[in-house]
Ligand binder design. Structure first.
Ligand SMILES: *Cc1c(COP(=O)(O)O)cnc(C)c1O
Length: 232
C-alpha cells in the first residue's frame, strides 16, 4: 500500500469517526482530495483506491492534470476548481472543470455560464463566503450571499450547489465550530427562505486541521490536502 492510499484511509476514518461523534451518517459527507502542487501520479494513486473528486487551486496546473488523467481506468474523475478565478481564466475553467467552488462575483459566474461548452453538463457552482471577515480575503460578505445565489441560480449553464468557506485557523475545536456555524447559518437561512428554485445541497468546509469541527457544524464536503498527499 502506498503512503497516499494509507493516508486516504486514515482520512476516511477521521471522517467516519467525526460523523458518529456528531450523530451523522458518514454517507452525507464527501471527501474532496486537494491535489494542488502534487503530480498526476499522486492523483492516480488516490484514484486507484476509489477517490474520485479532486480539488485544484491553480488553473493551468489543474488543467494539465485533467488532460493527463483523462481516460483513467475506473471511471472519470471529478475536478473542482477551488482557487481564485480571474476573468481571463474563465474559459479554461469552463471547458475543463466539473465544479467551481470559488465564485464570489457575478461577472465571473456570467462568463463561466457563457463559456461552458454545450456538450458538457452544467458547471456545478459553490459561492465562496468570507465568514471571519479577513480583510484581504476573497469571498462574499455574509450579507451579499443571498443576492448572488439568486442570480447564479438563474444562469443557464450553471447549477448552484452551495457555499464554500476557508476560515483562518482557529485556536481550538470550539473556536473552529463557532466560525463554521456562521457558514452553516447562512446556508440554512437561504435554503429556508425558499427564494431559490432548488435548495442548495453542498456546504463545503473543513480542511486537514479542522475537518472534525466542520463535520460537527454541518459540512457536507471536506477538502483535504496535507493529510492525504503530505506537506506542501
Ligand atoms: C489547500 C486548500 C485546501 C486543503 O488544505 P489542507 O490544509 O492541506 O488540507 C482546502 N481548501 C482550499 C480552498 C485550499 O486552498
Amino acid at each position: 500500500m502506498t503512503t497516499i492510499v494509507r493516508n486516504l484511509q486514515l482520512v476516511r476514518d477521521r471522517i467516519t469517526t467525526a460523523c458518529f461523534a456528531a450523530n451523522r451518517n458518514p454517507a452525507t459527507v464527501r471527501l474532496l482530495a486537494v491535489s494542488k502542487t502534487f503530480g498526476a501520479d499522486a492523483v492516480a494513486d488516490a484514484a486507484s483506491d476509489g477517490q474520485r473528486a479532486f480539488g485544484e487551486n491553480y488553473i493551468a496546473e489543474g488543467v494539465e492534470k485533467i488532460l493527463v488523467l483523462r481516460g483513467q481506468p475506473g471511471g472519470a474523475l471529478e475536478w473542482h476548481c477551488i482557487g481564485p478565478v480571474q476573468s481571463n481564466k474563465t474559459r479554461l475553467v469552463a471547458e475543463h472543470f466539473d465544479w467551481v467552488q470559488s465564485v464570489d462575483r457575478l461577472k465571473i459566474a456570467q462568463r463561466l455560464s457563457e463559456q461552458r461548452p454545450a456538450d458538457l453538463p452544467p458547471l456545478q457552482i459553490c459561492l465562496q463566503i468570507n465568514v471571519d471577515g479577513g480583510a484581504n480575503k476573497s469571498g462574499l460578505a455574509p450579507e451579499d450571499v443571498r443576492a448572488l445565489a439568486l442570480e447564479v441560480a438563474q444562469l443557464p449553464r450553471l447549477t448552484l450547489r452551495g457555499l464554500m468557506s476557508i476560515p483562518e485557523p482557529a485556536i481550538d475545536f470550539v473556536a473552529e465550530c463557532a466560525v463554521h456555524a456562521r457558514a452553516r447559518a447562512i446556508f440554512d437561512e437561504i435554503n429556508a427562505s425558499g427564494v431559490l428554485p432548488v435548495p442548495m445541497d453542498t456546504l463545503s468546509m473543513g480542511m486537514t486541521a479542522d475537518l472534525e469541527a466542520a463535520i460537527h457544524s454541518g459540512s457536507t464536503m471536506v477538502r483535504v490536502g496535507t493529510a492525504i498527499f503530505g506537506g506542501r
